[in-house]
Design a protein. Structure first.
Ligand code: SF4
Ligand code: SF4
Length: 421
């Protein structure tokens, strides 16, 4: 590694004391086959005609388009197009045949497996002067790749999937990320606010699909850059390891009651990517941003969740099923209730993101000031202000497609009210 000077560790205490993650004696590493979407492939308690139709619906001939606002052909057409590039990159099949003909040979890269679409890189590690130089360059490239926020943490074996889900053999295969990898780069890819306003709808799934698509493209590009500099890099989305504890350790935010990460720039509105690498990098410091205290006094996501999957009570190590991580004190939604709702409405749901007070445009000063208020002892006032001034209702998708219709309908409504008076 040439004349590389070792970075001084910023952590003088165990990492959990910075993140607030409380691991109990019942902790067990997670096996990916118990992830709710993997269970929908093999577990008769979850897999049904409805869940099969849910997954098939992401491919246009199988979309369940209907005459309901948010679920029209147009809405499904955009949602499925938003996923398309991601599908092309992720569905790598050894046989080269169409995915549905040989489902047992699929590698779902980004979801079950790490990405393999890489060229050979440089033959020896670049001799960076120090980790600060490597980190500065990496962040510059990340910005050009469209990554919204980025942090780095140490590799932590606890959050690695103990085994990887596979449709072949007995449903499990060994973890493939090497254990001598030193660092994890955690990335955030923002999702569109206006599309999220339309949830529940097939259209809002376009925000998720585009989030994954852009996330995949940006982390594959960043991983190839790292390889081109002579280091190892494995680009992953939801595969290989738990995203949220790594994001906490990488200083990207705090977890809310809905079980999602809340970030200073994007609130809860992003997809997470991870790159496992041995590139020497500066390690980020976890940050407390007041979310835990704010969520203690707010239960809006729990109330808004149609199947009541989000807990109303304090964080605990209670698990609802094998799809939850055991032995960590936290807010744990029921993955089974949540996914059943998705399958029933035939598209994914992010009502908990739409209704969360942190779902704001933090590029605006007024919202950054609100964030400070929410992190202060006046957090109750911040919640009241959100109730008073933020419209968190559902936007009709017809109004997303044609915003002028919303104005016309509002004018007609106020004329009718005046007439009645
Ligand atoms: S995604 Fe929807 S169903 Fe699932 S927890 Fe959030 S609000 Fe509830
Ligand atoms: S809706 Fe309220 S309780 Fe739920 S995550 Fe957001 S701030 Fe926390």
């Amino acid at each position: 590694m040439g004349n590389l000077k070792k970075a001084k560790s910023i952590h003088s205490k165990p990492i959990d004391q910075y993140t607030g993650i409380e691991v109990t004696g019942d902790f067990e590493p997670f096996e990916q086959k118990f992830d709710i979407y993997c269970r929908a492939m093999w577990d008769p308690k979850i897999k049904s005609q409805k869940t099969d139709a849910f997954f098939d619906g992401y491919y246009m001939p199988h979309a369940k388009a209907r005459a309901t606002d948010g679920f029209s052909l147009k809405d499904y057409a955009f949602r499925n197009a938003a996923w398309h590039v991601n599908n092309v990159i992720r569905d790598i099949e050894k046989s080269g045949e169409f995915r549905q003909e040989k489902p047992n040979e699929i590698r779902k890269e980004g979801f079950w497996d790490y990405y393999t679409s890489h060229d050979q890189g440089w033959h020896e590690p670049y001799p960076y002067e120090n980790a600060a130089e490597a980190t500065r360059d990496l962040k510059k490239i990340a910005g050009f790749c469209g990554i919204g926020d980025l942090g780095v943490c140490r590799y932590d074996q606890r959050w690695m999937y103990d085994s990887i889900f596979s449709m072949q053999g007995n449903g499990q295969k060994p973890q493939e990320i090497p254990k001598d990898i030193t660092n994890v780069i955690v990335t955030l890819e923002p999702m569109d606010r206006d599309l999220i306003k339309t949830v529940p709808s097939a259209l809002s799934g376009a925000a998720t699909g585009l989030g994954y698509t852009f996330d995949g493209v940006s982390i594959i590009t960043l991983a190839q850059y790292i390889r081109n500099m002579g280091y190892r890099a494995y680009a992953t989305l939801n595969d290989s390891a738990l995203c949220i504890p790594l994001a906490l350790q990488a200083g990207l935010g705090e977890v809310g009651r809905h079980g999602l990460l809340i970030n200073e720039k994007y609130g809860p509105r992003f997809r997470i990517g991870k790159i496992f690498t041995d590139m020497p990098l500066e390690i980020s410091k976890p940050k407390k941003i007041g979310v835990r205290e704010f969520c203690d006094g707010c239960d809006r996501c729990a109330k808004a969740c149609p199947p009541k999957a989000i807990p109303f009570d304090a964080p605990s190590d209670h698990v609802h099923s094998e799809s939850n991580l055991k032995g960590v004190v936290k807010w744990t939604p029921s993955a089974e209730k949540c996914f059943k709702f998705w399958a029933n409405q035939n598209t994914d749901c992010i009502i908990c993101i739409r209704t969360c007070p942190y779902n704001r445009d933090f590029s605006k000063l007024i919202h950054r000031l609100w964030f400070k208020l929410a992190a202060s002892p006046f957090r109750g006032l911040a919640l009241k202000l959100d109730d008073l001034w933020m419209d968190r209702g559902r936007l009709k998708t017809s109004h997303w497609w044609r915003p002028e219709l919303e104005k016309i309908e509002k004018n007609d409504h106020s004329k009718r009210v005046k007439k009645r008076k």
